[in-house]
Design a protein around this ligand. Structure first.
Ligand code: GLY
Length: 326
């Protein structure tokens, strides 16, 4: 009797050991990147699509390599977004859209999931990489959000790379501005964002944009608003949004993803799809996309437009770059 009990116990322990050995190893680090959601991506010619694909791929490699070497999620997010801000094909940094006054006003935010510290800038006009200025607001001031001239003055004090407004002039964005002024539809693609989990278990998120083409002078979108376009909390997830910012602001979308995980225990995939099905669709049709990574390395990248430039990688060897819906 005693012997057969021991036998059953041993068999049970063996079964647990075998099933554990077969289980996927935990994800140590993970990263997701977007270059904006919008139907306009479908109008790109083959060469332009390759340009977008190549740039997102480079962005994912930059972030993945930082994380694989034990770097922080904040460094990965900042460096990925700097790369995208320097590429004129995206609506952030160099490729920022024109506002109604024919100028460029840039917005960005970054958030550290460890203690929810965050930094943001809105309406900056002379800063080459707004995401780095947002990080300096987080680390070098007692504030979380600086705007307009005050943010540009702070940029000068911090010795970040300054440029004049001509730097942001690109033919592509000028033509888009003319089309929008002629009452054609804005395709609002090209905001950039990144979410990352590092091997120390910390999450970070960041988003950067030139906003909407022909936006009113002074208009601020969701990208620099923590809780709307960006959010990170180590207990739940890191989130970056893209699309028509007004919908994301009025529905506190980035925070809602985290809140659904915290309060309703929703898996991140379901949290984001329910936001699209119940909140954003009800709010107004095709508005954009959301990327998120959880504290245990699950990635979701969803959108309700026809395309979103995006990519992801993690410690299991995952590596994807995709532009259109699939
Ligand atoms: N999501 C970018 C903006 O609305 O400004």
């Amino acid at each position: 009797m005693k012997r057969s009990f021991l036998g059953v116990l041993l068999l049970g322990l063996c079964a647990i050991w075998i099933s554990d050995a077969r289980a996927d190893p935990p994800i140590k680090y993970a990263i997701a990147v977007h270059g904006g959601a919008g139907n306009g991506w479908l109008r790109l010619d083959g060469e332009e699509r390759i340009e977008v694909h190549t740039s997102i791929k480079q962005a994912v490699i930059i972030g993945r390599d930082i994380l694989a070497k034990g770097g922080t999620s904040l460094d990965a997010v900042e460096q990925v977004i700097r790369h995208l801000e320097d590429d004129p094909i995206f609506n952030a940094g160099k490729g920022a859209v024109f506002n109604s006054a024919g100028g460029h006003e840039l917005d960005a935010s970054i958030m550290d999931g460890r203690g929810r510290s965050c930094g943001a800038v809105a309406g900056v006009k002379t800063v080459r990489n707004p995401i780095s200025l947002a990080r300096l607001v987080m680390t070098r001031t007692r504030h979380v959000f600086l705007s307009s001239d005050g943010a540009d003055v702070f940029a000068k004090e911090m010795n970040v790379d300054l440029v004049d407004q001509k730097y942001f002039w690109t033919q592509r964005r000028y033509d888009a501005w003319q089309r929008v002024k002629a009452k054609q539809k804005d395709d609002h693609k090209g905001t950039v964002g990144c979410v990352a989990l590092d091997s120390h278990g910390n999450l970070a998120a960041g988003t950067s944009t030139g906003g909407l083409t022909n936006k009113l002078y002074g208009r601020i979108g969701d990208s620099p608003i923590v809780g709307a376009g960006t959010y990170a909390d180590n207990n739940t997830c890191a989130v970056s949004c893209t699309g028509v910012g007004e919908h994301y602001i009025r529905n506190a979308i980035a925070y809602d993803v985290s809140a659904r995980m915290a309060y309703r225990k929703q898996p991140v995939e379901d949290a984001v799809s329910e936001i699209f099905e119940k909140t954003l669709i009800a709010d107004k049709g095709q508005v954009g996309g959301i990327i998120a990574v959880t504290h245990d390395g699950k990635i979701t990248m969803q959108f309700n437009t026809k395309a979103m430039a995006r990519g992801a990688a993690d410690s299991s060897g995952r590596f994807d770059v995709v532009l259109v819906a699939d």
